[in-house]
Design a protein around this ligand. Structure first.
Ligand code: ATP
Length: 348
């Protein structure tokens, strides 16, 4: 198998707060294949954004990467100094955020902002950068790009601003694009257009993508592999089709309970509400972090925080090595031993 572009290994990111340390990301591991799209999903506060900020070297104070490795092109980003990170950011790794209004500078034209990215990393002349910026605006579907290049962000719609952000992110043809809820701030028709654009650009450029989302419709549309996070940990990881057709962790089952199959996921399929609340990261229960919300919780679930392990039974052969789940009752659930209880009570 080809070497992955990015390997995140046992990543721990901690915020040192007045109430004590908060392990926002606690032993997270995954790989991003070249040209592939990995989705990070989970409820608000589970650590998706902190994971991506850790990769970018942008964890805000009082946070820091406390352990683990983030291997990219043979180098560990977790220990890289800020100067080296700055050379990578925007060049080899880019990020688009949820709200383009807060990422674009309101006092500069969009053209200037694209040109600055190009010139900072690619040693281009002003003239060449302007020509390339117009090309990029055209590529992301902005009409009349040679006029819009001189527009200020407030003169563009939200969807157009997000297209500009995508143009900036892809300006230097990065190997990895991190898209953090890229369509959440947009209305539904524009969301579909932006997703289509992201998919098309990815196919065209071969850029690897980490997609952070609450939206299972977005996952169904763009992801190859899915990492499900809960309270700072990965609870399940699988190829998209395996995850949608045979989710194994009770939390993933809960998230997907109203979703019949990957092909039938509607664009509006947001994460449904699961009873109970996410535990306070400063006062986690002993054992599995999901136990208080899990209908299958048993005394064994309090013994230890379950490790993420490859499935032992019932997985499609080609998914065996990649479908992993962190639940001590996984094989009972898979064998159907707990199915009756599940049918009686409704899943999670
Ligand atoms: N600046 C901060 N100070 C202290 N704790 C923080 C800070 N930022 C994040 N955290 C902690 O990290 C946890 C994970 O946050 P993160 O933003 O990664 O969640 P998320 O899954 O991306 O949520 P959302 O979908 O709402 O963006 C939070 O629940 C919080 O406990």
């Amino acid at each position: 198998m080809a070497e992955p572009l990015l390997v995140v290994e046992d990543l721990v990111t901690v915020f040192e707060t007045d109430e004590g340390p908060v392990r926002a990301v606690d032993g997270v591991s995954f790989e991003v294949p070249r040209g592939g799209t990995l989705a990070l999903v989970g409820e608000s506060g589970c650590g998706k954004s902190v994971t991506s900020l850790s990769i970018m070297g942008l964890v805000p104070e009082p946070g820091h990467v406390a352990a683990g490795r983030i291997l990219f092109g043979g180098r560990d980003l977790a220990t890289m100094d800020e100067r080296a990170m700055r050379a990578l950011r925007g060049r080899r790794i880019s990020m688009i955020f949820q709200d383009p209004s807060s990422s674009l500078n309101p006092v500069y034209t969009v053209g200037r902002q694209i040109e600055e990215t190009l010139r900072a990393h690619l040693a281009m002349s002003a003239k060449a950068a302007r020509a390339r910026a117009i090309e990029l605006l055209a590529r992301v579907g902005i009409p009349a790009p040679s006029e819009r290049i001189d527009a200020y962000p407030h003169q563009l719609s939200g969807g157009m601003r997000q297209r500009v952000m995508i143009a900036i992110a892809l300006a230097c043809e990065p190997e990895l694009l991190i898209a953090d809820e890229p369509t959440t701030a947009l209305d539904v028709t524009i969301q579909a257009q932006i997703l289509e654009l992201l998919g098309a650009l990815q196919r065209e450029t071969g850029t690897s993508v980490i997609l952070i989302t609450h939206d299972l419709g977005v996952v169904a549309e763009l992801a190859d592999e899915v990492v499900v996070m809960y309270a700072g940990r990965v609870v399940e990881r699988a190829q998209k089709s395996a995850l949608f057709t045979s989710p194994r962790h009770p939390y993933t089952r809960g998230l997907l309970r109203s979703v019949p199959s990957s092909t039938a996921v509607s664009r509006a399929a947001r994460l449904p509400t699961i009873r109970g609340v996410v535990p306070d990261l400063r006062a986690l229960p002993a054992g599995c972090r999901f136990q208080d919300r899990c209908e299958h919780a048993a005394p064994a679930c309090r013994d230890a925080d379950p490790a993420l392990v490859a499935l032992t039974m019932g997985a499609a052969p080609d998914a065996l090595s990649s479908h992993r789940v962190a639940c001590v009752r996984e094989s009972e659930l898979a064998s159907g031993a707990l199915a009756t209880q599940s049918q009686e009570t409704g899943v999670v």
